[in-house]
Design a protein around this ligand. Structure first.
Ligand code: GLU
Length: 517
């Protein structure tokens, strides 16, 4: 079902990250849901950089987050870092640090209209208010000391150079809004007090120049001004912002702006039901990429993290498919538990679907150390190696370990391995190995699967060994393990690999080491 929206207004949503760290799964899910909603509804999706926290914002995080979003397959209609250097759009600038004059102008407007006031309370006074509230078990809200200062008092304070913050004068309680995930939300009057819009410049002396002496406008304020001026119709974001929303609603009301629809997405938890954090392992998109998760797997997984298909069972979706079926109505308010097993399952699914060329390209970095000695890039060899091993991994970074039978042959370890020893101790094993070794010694050129097959038939006839008894000793001698990837494909990779100058031992060298010359 399609969400009811007024037909005359184009849907506009935004992702508004602060460039203060790497994009983690929670933020990426927010970006994805915004993107999906916009695409589904034929609306517009914007990227806005919320970098007014000068101390914590860093430009390289902005570059990284743009990279991460593109990697996930998301694009945006407005904002910095669009694909192909497309223009940023008509509602810019899209970086809050470039919009300070806009905020200052709006602050002036609110002060002039008496909808905001200067608060001269000192940090000590505010700390005392807080202590008192805690002692008397009252909500920690601003008691309104500066709400109704006389004009003369204000003038005197200003003349004395007293620093001040700017607060919104909330007129209407209770504050209510509609949330597409949670329904009607209302905040009791005693829990929301006049919020600060612009922090006192005395608190952040470093910012006096940066903010032209106006103090630092706070998140709740700038986010509202921007969402309104950028024509945002639906604010979709994490539920950590739920408690900020009444303050934002009060700001919309003070300006006489239309309050948008909200959709607050549930918290993401770890398996222990605590908020997902680094303690639970990887949480940044970059770290998932480094581990060899495919973007389509991560996107698919993130989509399911709080949303489910209408039929209640389909779990694999491409980004395009999601853009056709996603609906905010099916987003659940209950916390979502991050399930690495499910993500791995999806990643395996997409690894199996991926084209061999692409997989080889994605896998190459994991083999960088092993391939660095190669004169020319052994692309087609690597492609076959990866195609052989990939179906057995959850993540591409597991590939080098799976390739150990090719790269890290060690005859001594193979003999000593407690799993191999009893298989080699079987009477027929030595006979099989002797027969095999004599054929290898007498053979010139690489051992092909056809030759290998013919030999094994001969050895079977000569020794009477068959099945595992026949194959286990040979496999152990050639790869170090009695089981592993499909042998017909592995054998040519070993033989061809040995001529690539990568230190890979040939069948002949392996037999020499295992059985002796
Ligand atoms: N910069 C805020 C954040 O990263 C944006 C919140 C919002 O979407 O309003 O949490």
């Amino acid at each position: 079902m399609i969400e009811i929206v007024s037909a005359d207004k184009k849907i506009r949503v935004r992702f508004a990250p602060s460039p203060t760290g790497m994009v983690h799964v929670g933020n990426a899910r927010t970006a994805l849901y915004n993107w999906l909603f916009a695409r589904r509804m034929g609306g517009e999706f914007l990227l806005r950089i919320e970098d007014t926290d000068l101390e914590r914002s860093e430009a390289h995080y902005e570059t990284k987050l743009i990279e991460d979003l593109h990697w996930l397959g998301l694009d945006w209609d407005e904002g910095p870092g669009r694909l192909n250097n497309a223009p940023e759009g008509a509602y810019g600038p899209y970086r809050q640090s470039e919009r300070l004059e806009i905020y200052a102008k709006h602050t002036k407007q609110l002060l002039n209209e008496g909808k905001a006031y200067r608060c001269f309370c000192t940090p000590e006074e505010l700390a005392q208010d807080k202590t008192k509230a805690i002692r008397t078990h009252q909500p920690q809200v601003y008691p309104g000391r500066c709400r109704n200062l006389s004009k003369e008092a204000i003038e005197a304070n200003l003349a004395a150079g007293k620093p001040f913050a700017v607060r919104l004068k909330i007129e209407n309680h209770p504050l209510r809004f509609h949330d597409l995930v949670r329904g009607e939300v209302e905040f009791a009057p005693e829990t929301v007090s006049d919020p600060i819009l612009v922090r006192s410049s005395s608190e952040t002396p470093y910012a006096i120049n940066a903010f032209a002496g106006t103090g630092v406008p706070v998140y709740n304020y700038v986010v509202t001004v921007d969402d309104a001026l950028m024509g945002i119709t639906h604010v979709i974001r994490g539920d950590d912002h739920l408690s900020n929303t009444p303050k934002q609603v009060a700001i919309y009301e003070a300006f006489g702006w239309k309050v948008p629809e909200f959709a607050h997405l549930s918290t993401i938890l770890g398996a222990d039901r605590e908020r997902l954090s680094k303690r639970h392992g990887a949480t940044s998109i970059a770290s998932f990429r480094e581990m060899g998760y495919l973007p389509e797997a991560l996107v698919n997984y993130l989509a399911l993290l709080g949303w489910g298909a209408e039929d209640g069972k389909t779990e694999t979706f491409t980004l395009d498919e999601l853009a056709r079926v996603f609906s905010l109505e099916r987003v659940t308010p209950s916390p979502a538990v991050f399930d690495f097993d499910k993500l791995n399952w999806l990643n395996r699914h997409y690894i199996k679907l991926a084209a061999p060329e692409r997989l080889a390209k994605l896998a190459r970095p994991y083999f960088a150390a092993r391939l660095e000695k190669a004169a020319a890039g052994p692309e087609s060899w690597l492609k076959r190696l990866v195609a052989l091993l990939a179906p057995s991994v959850d993540r591409l970074d597991e590939l080098p370990a799976k390739a150990a039978p090719v790269f890290d042959y060690d005859a001594e370890a193979a003999r000593a391995n407690p799993e191999n020893a009893p298989l080699l101790a079987v009477e027929s094993a030595q006979k099989v190995l002797a027969e095999f070794a004599s054929r290898v010694r007498a053979h010139l050129g690489p051992v092909t699967p056809e030759i290998f097959k013919a030999w094994m038939n001969e050895i079977k006839a000569a020794t009477g060994a068959k099945g595992k008894e026949l194959f286990h000793p040979v496999r152990i001698a050639l790869t170090g393990a009695h089981s592993g990837p499909e042998f017909d494909k592995l054998l040519p990779l070993i033989e061809e690999g040995s001529s690539l100058g990568l230190g890979i031992l040939s069948v002949r060298q392996r037999v020499e080491r295992f059985v002796g010359v």
